[in-house]
Structure formats: structure tokens, C-alpha cells
Ligand binder design. Structure first.
Ligand SMILES: *[C@@H]1O[C@H](CO)[C@@H](O)[C@H](O)[C@H]1NC(C)=O
Ligand SMILES: *[C@@H]1O[C@H](CO)[C@@H](O)[C@H](O)[C@H]1NC(C)=O
Ligand SMILES: *[C@@H]1O[C@H](CO)[C@@H](O)[C@H](O)[C@H]1NC(C)=O
Ligand SMILES: *[C@@H]1O[C@H](CO)[C@@H](O)[C@H](O)[C@H]1NC(C)=O
Ligand SMILES: *[C@@H]1O[C@H](CO)[C@@H](O)[C@H](O)[C@H]1NC(C)=O
Ligand SMILES: *[C@@H]1O[C@H](CO)[C@@H](O)[C@H](O)[C@H]1NC(C)=O
Ligand SMILES: *[C@@H]1O[C@H](CO)[C@@H](O)[C@H](O)[C@H]1NC(C)=O
Ligand SMILES: *[C@@H]1O[C@H](CO)[C@@H](O)[C@H](O)[C@H]1NC(C)=O
Ligand SMILES: *[C@@H]1O[C@H](CO)[C@@H](O)[C@H](O)[C@H]1NC(C)=O
Ligand SMILES: *[C@@H]1O[C@H](CO)[C@@H](O)[C@H](O)[C@H]1NC(C)=O
Ligand SMILES: *[C@@H]1O[C@H](CO)[C@@H](O)[C@H](O)[C@H]1NC(C)=O
Ligand SMILES: *[C@@H]1O[C@H](CO)[C@@H](O)[C@H](O)[C@H]1NC(C)=O
Ligand SMILES: [Zn+2]
Length: 711
């Protein structure tokens, strides 16, 4: 059984492992925030003015150009890591490269052939078209289409269309009596993280998986509806392919051979079979998928009768039938080179006067393609511009109160590898000193701001969005807050899909930010060769004005977290959120026949609420008396309380995920689930005894957090 996931066609997603138009907001924050009544243009203090004035769209474009004109798949471009560290050094950060030795694999050769019952064949191209207009689409060292961490092997068999490959899709196929054992799964992108599609296929005895892009995810912006495709227009190029990792992201991110410890050259290596597939897989374009799906027309249950959400896409002449009995077969070959290989995180530091308080800002650098103009290098360009802004401020003699650490992660795309290994290495320091982690991955893939964060960061993020002028659809007389408020006005809950994950699951406050496309904005060619400088300057963000605004916001957030005398984190903002999660849990229970005693959880939330409000009083008196010792006490409480939400042993079956308030859904990979220990014991196991046990553990965690805040 599974909760109903509300899919809203929507705003783009900033997390690079997440997909575009079907972002699932299983949970949004409690309520839309208040409309801004602030004056326009925003009033800034002198330091804010220096920081924001330093931002220049043309220099951002220069950084973007650098990052998008050389192959930089994980572990393959040390010079780009060094270049990043060198820019930060130039702008006053002490910089270095942190190296890890991790398991990665790279494509050697692949093929995919369809054999019709009459013996004739169709060979999939497995290529994205070279476009004259887009210079990096023809680079000789462009990256083949493949799945990171995919299994080396051949598979040849009949195949079944499995929808988006969630557990519920497989349940439906079983209910329809479709034989899966020994077959190849043909799955559509969208919905759960791609690695979980492969995992589900594998767990049903299937021997290979092929995952295709579908214009059905593009709303009205399709060639079939008369919209020209890239490079001539904003629709998806029919040959574009979504590369990506097939790691089992909801079980364990990071190097699969070193679960729970860091990957040094001589680190012992563990069995990786719990977190990567043992059946081969390939990604394909919708053009390659068309004949493969068409061969299933008339066989098995037609898509329209399967009655599963999002089962039927929009590829012409295709019924999205399950396909049993078609007599057509696929031969899939996926040969990868496995290696233990170095990766490089670039790290830049400015020591604060309080070294036991640290703000970390991170963006990954590796991309599946030569470009990566949105994912992730829109964020990388912003981080160079941010370091430049702080160097301007430093010229005035300013020094941060708290230590600032900039991180340019490698190997995020394979499974958050650079950030996870780094957090594993520096965990004792981070647990003591980290105040918050600010993530920027896809800074820009469209114009609509999109933010997800732990509740304690909501207030400061809202305040600072009001200080950034945000160009939007031709007008520039509004703030980022105005645009965000108009388009959503709610913070998302963090699930997984980018480098904040390791921080969040060690109890560190976190935010993930970026801007994506709405339903009428150009289709973002996620993990395709067309996520290029040409696409960005033509469709994604011509003029780099959105880059600039998002960068200014991140810069202000970092500035205030690093220098406000009272740390601007709001523990009390957890109160309404926890109560919302409780109500949702209650609804989940009500939709089943089970019963659960939630009194321990209710009471823990109430204790937390009392402590958080008392904390506010104490902080108020520290501020009004300007008592620096007392401010240190309250700042440390604000820094530390969320550590309480973690449990050493992690969630059932997934030790890595220690945060008991939010986690990526077991079968979604990206989309969050709240009170995950309790909720998933019900929705996945149907085990109310286990759920009751997790009510206790979750309540205890909330009490620990309350205890840290207690005055
Ligand atoms: C803006 O709204 C806040 C509360 O929502 C209020 O305290 C403040 O006075 C208002 N400011 C202006 C300028 O109206
Ligand atoms: C690394 O990236 C830079 C900048 O894009 C590029 O100039 C260089 O050729 C790349 N190196 C390799 C080995 O691909
Ligand atoms: C075999 O079947 C396919 C699909 O129906 C068709 O396109 C093709 O022309 C057929 N080949 C022969 C030789 O009949
Ligand atoms: C797509 O177009 C149809 C017909 O014009 C319209 O009803 C629908 O709302 C549009 N969908 C979106 C997501 O804009
Ligand atoms: C799908 O639902 C429709 C109407 O709800 C029903 O008529 C049909 O039998 C269902 N199809 C299957 C395969 O269960
Ligand atoms: C399957 O698709 C074909 C081509 O689009 C169409 O002619 C046919 O009616 C469809 N069949 C069903 C059962 O939907
Ligand atoms: C796998 O398939 C490829 C491509 O068809 C072929 O070259 C190779 O020999 C096959 N390998 C095995 C072990 O069957
Ligand atoms: C920052 O502080 C650390 C720890 O105290 C020290 O090792 C390092 O040298 C300092 N860096 C700079 C640039 O002052
Ligand atoms: C920066 O913005 C200005 C003003 O809109 C514009 O003329 C210029 O082309 C932009 N620079 C780049 C590199 O896009
Ligand atoms: C859960 O819902 C029931 C009614 O369905 C209500 O009586 C109870 O108070 C609710 N519990 C919580 C913790 O919200
Ligand atoms: C609850 O029990 C009834 C009767 O046994 C059953 O029909 C129904 O499907 C059950 N509902 C759920 C959500 O398990
Ligand atoms: C607060 O105290 C600090 C020294 O601890 C001093 O520098 C600052 O000026 C004081 N601020 C106010 C508003 O009194
Ligand atoms: Zn990314």
C-alpha cells in the first residue's frame, strides 16, 4: 500500500536528481506565507549593498562559459576542480582540494535492438543529435548515453511496459496477471528516482531495464501541439536522452563500497549489492522508444485501462499497452568499466571569529554532459560570483563572525558521493560546529524561484527574498519574494536528490534553492547534451539575470547567517510544521484499518513547543540586554537543537537516513515523507506494531531536540 502522491504539473525542480514538470509535492510547508508589504525598491544596509552591487550578469556568463565547455563527468576533470579552488583563492578564501577514492563506473559500449515477431529489427540510435547551433553537442569527447552505477551485462528477452516503475505500478501489473520474471522492463521517466525503477524491476525478477523520456511530461509544449523543438523552439528535442544514476538513492547515498565511512585510498571496501543494481539498464530518447512501445500496441492491457496515474504518455501512435504476448524482444547490452578512482571536492574557507560556528555552502561541479549549464554549473557560476562579492566586502575590513566554508562537490550525480564522503570524514567537527548547510545545485533552469528548507530557515529566507530585485517575465519592479509568493509562497520539505542530504540526516539545518520552469516555460533538457551554454543563453536564462538574482539571495543568506549577532534560525518555526505532519499522519492512519496511539508524539510536540517559545524569550532578553555570553548560549541552542531529531541507528532498513522528521520516500527517492519511521511502517509494511515502536522513537527524538532548547 502507498499514500497517494499528489502530482502537480509545475514549477521546475532545482535538485539535479529530480525531474522537471512532475515534481511531487507530497508535502509542502504548512501554509502560504504573508504577502510582502515591504517597500520597493528594497532598503539595504551598507554591507548588503556592497554584496549585491558586486553581482554582474556578464561575469556570471564568463564563469558559466568556462564550466560548460569541457567534459566534467565525476572523477574525470581535476583541472576544473583546481580552477574553482583558484578562483576562490583569488577572492580571499583559503582553498584546497579534498580527494577521495570512490567506486565509479564509466560507459564502454552499449546497444539496444528490437526484434519483431516477423524477424525484422529496429536498432536504437542511443545518440543525441549533433546540432550545428549548439557547439558542445558535437564535441568529440561528449559523454555517451548511459546510467551511472549501472550493471555490466547483456539481456535479451520479451519486454513489458511498467509505467513509471513505482511499486504500485508493479502491484498493478501483478494484479493484471502480467508475467514479469525473466522479462525486460520498459519504464517511463517521471515519478520515482530512476534507480528505484530499476530496483523494483530487479525485485520482480526482471533481467534488464530501459527507461525513456516522454513528451507527455511536457504539458502543452510539445511538437505534437505545434511547438518547435530545440534548437528551433522551446519543446524537447526528440533525440534528447536523460542520463543519470541508478543507485538506490533512498537506501544509501555516497560511495556504495564504503557505507557509513569515508573513502580513502586504503579504505576497506564493502559489498555494494544493496545500493546498486545487478541488472543492466539504459536510458533512451522518446524517438528511440516510439517503435519499441508501438510493437506492444494491441497486446496485454491497453494503457488507458491499466488505470494508473501517469501511465499513458504522449508519444504518437502508442497505446502504452503492457504488451504481454507481443512476441517482440529486446536485446540490451550495457558494458561499463568499474573503477576505484579519485574525485575532488574544492573547498574554500574564511575563518570566522567564532570558529565553533560554521556555515557551509555547497554546489556540485560534475555533470553528465560537456555542458551542464543548468545542472549543476548555474550553481557553480553563482558560487564564483558569490566569492567575488565577499572579497569586495572584505576590502572594507569586514570579517565574518562565523566560519564560511564553500564546497564544490564532485560525483554528486552518481549518488551524492563527494558530499557524503566529506561529511563522513568531517562528521565530528560538523556535528559540533555546523550551523547550517546551504545548497545550490540547479540555480537556474527557468524563471520561477523554488525553495525547500528545514523549518528553522524559513523566516530568514523569507525576509531576505524581500531584499532581492527579481527580473521576471519582462518586468523588474518586484522582489524575489513577490514572485515566489505569487507562484507558490510555500517552502518545500527536503527529501533527497542533492547534496544537502548528508547534512540533513546528521541533524544540520539545510536549504536547497534554485529557479525552474513553469508549465509554459521552455522544456529543460535535464541530463541531456542540450543542457548547454547555448540552451541557457537562448532559452533558459538569456542575459543571466535570474542567475544574478538567485546568487544575490544566496549571498545575503550566507552573509546574515555568518554575521548576525543573534543567529537567525527559528526553532519555533518547527511547531506548526510538526503539527501539520501529525495531522497528515493521522489522516494516513484513518485511511487504513489500523490504530495507533499517537499520545507520545502529541505530548513530545507539545513539550518541544514550550521549550521553543521559552527559547524565544531567552533570546529576546539576550538581544535586549546585549549580553554576549547569553547570546552565545542561545546561538548554540539554535545551532544544535536539530541534532536531536536524528537517531543513530537510522530508519528501518536504511541506517544512513537518521533524521526522524523527514526523509526521502523509500519508493520515491526524491519526494519527502514526514515522520518516515512511523509513516512507512504503515504504508510499506502495514505493520502497526513497528509503527507504534517508531511513534516512541520519533517522540524521543523530538524530546531530545526540546531538551537542547530548554532554558
Ligand atoms: C508589514 O506587515 C507586518 C506584519 O505582517 C507589520 O508588522 C508591519 O508593520 C507591516 N509594515 C508595513 C510597512 O505596513
Ligand atoms: C575540464 O574542463 C575544462 C573547462 O571546461 C576544459 O577546458 C578541459 O578540457 C576539461 N578537461 C578534460 C580532461 O576534459
Ligand atoms: C515486420 O513487422 C514490423 C512491425 O510491424 C514492420 O514494420 C515490418 O515492415 C515487418 N517486416 C517485414 C519484413 O514484414
Ligand atoms: C493546455 O492547453 C489546453 C487547451 O488549450 C488547456 O485547457 C490546458 O489548461 C493547457 N495546459 C496547461 C498545463 O497549460
Ligand atoms: C479501469 O477502470 C475502468 C473504469 O473505472 C473500468 O471500466 C476498467 O475495467 C478498468 N480496467 C481494468 C483493466 O481494470
Ligand atoms: C492503439 O493505438 C492506435 C494508434 O494510435 C489506435 O489506432 C488504436 O485505436 C489504439 N488502440 C487502443 C485499444 O487504444
Ligand atoms: C553482449 O552484447 C554485445 C552486443 O550485442 C556483444 O557484442 C557481446 O558479445 C555480448 N556479450 C556477451 C557476454 O554475450
Ligand atoms: C583557520 O582556522 C583553522 C583552525 O583554527 C586553522 O588551522 C587555519 O590555519 C586557519 N586558516 C586561516 C586562513 O587563517
Ligand atoms: C547583461 O545584462 C545586460 C543588460 O540587460 C545585457 O545587455 C547583457 O547582454 C547581459 N550580459 C550577458 C553576458 O548576457
Ligand atoms: C486524529 O484524528 C481523530 C479523529 O479521526 C481525532 O480524534 C484525534 O484527535 C486526532 N489526533 C491527532 C493527534 O490529531
Ligand atoms: C479495511 O477492512 C475492510 C473490511 O475488512 C476492507 O474491505 C478494506 O479494504 C480495508 N481497508 C484498508 C484500507 O485496508
Ligand atoms: C553590544 O555589545 C557589543 C560588545 O559585546 C558592542 O560591540 C555593541 O556595540 C553592543 N551593541 C549595542 C546595541 O549596545
Ligand atoms: Zn545537479
Amino acid at each position: 500500500m502507498q499514500l497517494i502522491i499528489v502530482l502537480i504539473a509545475a514549477i521546475g525542480a532545482q535538485a539535479c536528481q529530480r525531474e522537471r514538470s512532475l515534481k511531487s509535492h507530497w508535502h509542502q510547508s504548512h501554509a502560504k506565507r504573508q504577502a510582502s508589504n515591504a517597500t520597493f525598491p528594497p532598503v539595504l544596509d551598507a554591507n548588503e549593498q556592497i554584496l549585491l552591487d558586486s553581482f554582474d550578469n556578464t561575469s556570471i556568463s564568463t564563469w558559466s562559459y568556462y564550466y560548460t565547455h569541457g567534459a566534467h563527468v565525476a572523477g574525470r576533470n581535476r583541472s576544473m576542480a583546481q580552477w574553482t579552488a583558484d578562483r576562490w583563492a583569488e577572492y580571499g578564501f583559503a582553498s584546497r582540494l579534498d580527494e577521495y577514492y570512490v567506486f565509479l563506473n564509466y560507459p564502454v559500449s552499449n546497444s539496444l535492438e528490437l526484434k519483431y515477431p516477423n524477424g525484422s529489427t529496429f536498432t536504437a540510435s542511443l545518440e543525441e543529435a549533433v546540432l550545428e547551433e549548439d557547439e558542445t553537442s558535437s564535441y568529440p569527447d561528449r559523454i555517451p548515453v548511459f546510467h551511472g552505477y549501472s550493471f555490466t551485462g547483456n539481456a535479451s528477452a520479451e519486454y513489458v511496459y511498467v509505467g513509471s516503475g513505482q511499486r504500485v505500478d508493479f502491484d498493478r501489473l501483478e494484479a493484471l496477471g502480467v508475467e514479469l520474471e525473466g522479462k525486460i522492463a520498459l519504464a517511463k521517466y517521471g515519478g520515482p528516482f530512476r534507480g528505484l525503477k530499476v530496483k523494483n524491476a530487479q525485485e520482480h525478477g526482471m533481467i534488464g531495464a530501459v527507461i525513456f523520456s516522454d513528451p507527455g511530461d511536457d504539458g502543452n509544449l510539445t511538437e505534437a501541439k505545434g511547438v518547435a523543438a530545440y534548437p528551433n523552439g522551446p519543446a524537447r528535442n526528440p533525440t534528447s536522452v536523460q542520463r543519470g544514476s541508478v543507485q538506490f538513492l533512498s537506501i544509501y547515498p555516497g560511495d556504495p563500497t564504503t557505507p557509513g565511512y569515508t573513502s580513502k585510498k586504503d579504505s576497506p571496501r564493502a559489498d555494494k549489492s544493496n545500493s546498486v543494481p545487478h541488472i543492466p539498464s539504459l536510458p533512451i530518447s522518446w524517438l528511440d522508444a516510439q517503435p519499441i512501445l508501438e510493437a506492444l500496441n494491441g497486446f496485454g492491457t491497453p494503457g488507458a485501462e491499466v488505470n494508473r496515474t501517469n501511465w499513458v504518455g504522449a508519444i504518437p501512435n502508442v497505446n502504452y499497452s503492457t504488451g504481454e504476448g507481443s512476441g517482440a524482444t529486446l536485446s540490451l547490452s550495457n558494458i561499463m568499466e568499474d573503477s576505484i578512482t579519485p574525485i575532488w571536492n574544492a573547498i574554500g574557507i574564511i575563518n570566522g571569529t567564532n570558529q565553533d560556528e560554521v556555515i557551509i555552502v555547497g554546489n556540485h561541479r560534475d555533470a553528465w554532459i560537456v555542458g551542464g549549464a543548468a545542472d549543476p554549473n548555474s550553481g557553480s557560476a553563482v558560487l564564483i560570483e558569490l566569492s567575488k562579492a565577499f572579497s569586495k566586502l572584505s576590502e572594507t575590513g569586514w570579517k565574518p563572525t562565523r566560519t564560511i566554508v564553500l564546497c564544490s562537490w564532485d560525483a554528486e550525480e552518481y549518488g551524492l558521493v563527494g558530499s557524503t564522503e566529506w561529511v563522513e570524514e568531517y562528521l565530528p567537527w560538523l556535528k559540533t560546529a555546523a550551523v547550517s548547510y546551504l545548497n545550490i545545485d540547479v540555480a537556474v533552469s527557468g524563471p520561477v524561484p523554488d525553495l525547500s528548507a528545514t523549518p528553522d530557515i524559513h523566516a530568514i529566507a523569507s525576509t531576505l527574498m524581500k531584499k532581492v530585485v527579481y527580473p521576471y517575465r519582462g518586468s523588474s519592479d518586484q522582489t524575489m519574494y513577490d514572485v515566489w509568493f505569487e507562484e507558490s509562497g510555500e517552502f518545500g520539505v527536503l527529501g533527497s536528490g542533492s547534496d544537502y542530504t548528508s547534512f540533513l540526516h546528521r541533524g544540520i539545518a539545510a536549504i536547497d534553492m534554485g529557479a525552474g520552469g513553469g508549465p509554459l516555460d521552455p522544456i529543460y533538457p535535464y541530463h541531456s547534451n542540450y543542457d548547454s551554454y547555448h540552451w541557457m543563453t537562448t532559452f533558459g536564462d538569456p542575459g543571466f539575470h535570474t542567475h544574478k538574482a538567485i546568487g544575490q539571495f544566496l549571498t545575503l543568506l550566507l552573509y546574515h547567517l555568518a554575521s548576525d549577532s543573534a543567529l537567525p534560525l527559528e526553532p519555533a518555526d518547527y511547531i506548526p510544521e510538526l503539527n501539520t505532519y501529525l495531522e497528515e499522519l493521522n489522516e494516513t492512519i484513518a485511511s487504513t484499518n489500523g490504530t495507533l496511539d499517537l499520545s507520545a508524539l502529541t505530548s513530545a510536540i507539545s513539550t518541544f513547543s514550550t521549550s521553543a517559545l521559552e527559547f524565544n524569550d531567552l533570546r529576546e532578553s539576550a538581544i535586549s540586554s546585549n549580553d554576549s555570553d547569553l547570546l552565545t548560549v542561545t546561538n548554540h541552542k539554535a545551532r544544535d537543537f536539530s541534532r536531536g531529531f536524528t537517531s543513530q541507528g537510522g530508519l528501518p532498513g536504511r541506517e544512513f537516513f537518521q533524521n526522524l522528521i523527514f526523509a526521502p520516500g523509500l519508493d520515491t527517492g526524491y519526494a519527502p515523507v514526514t515522520f518516515p519511521g512511523i509513516t512507512e511502517s504503515i504504508t510499506f509494511e502495514g505493520d502497526f506494531d513497528l509503527a507504534q515502536e517508531w511513534v516512541g522513537k520519533t517522540a524521543d527524538a523530538i524530546l531530545v531536540a526540546a531538551g537542547i532548547l530548554k532554558t
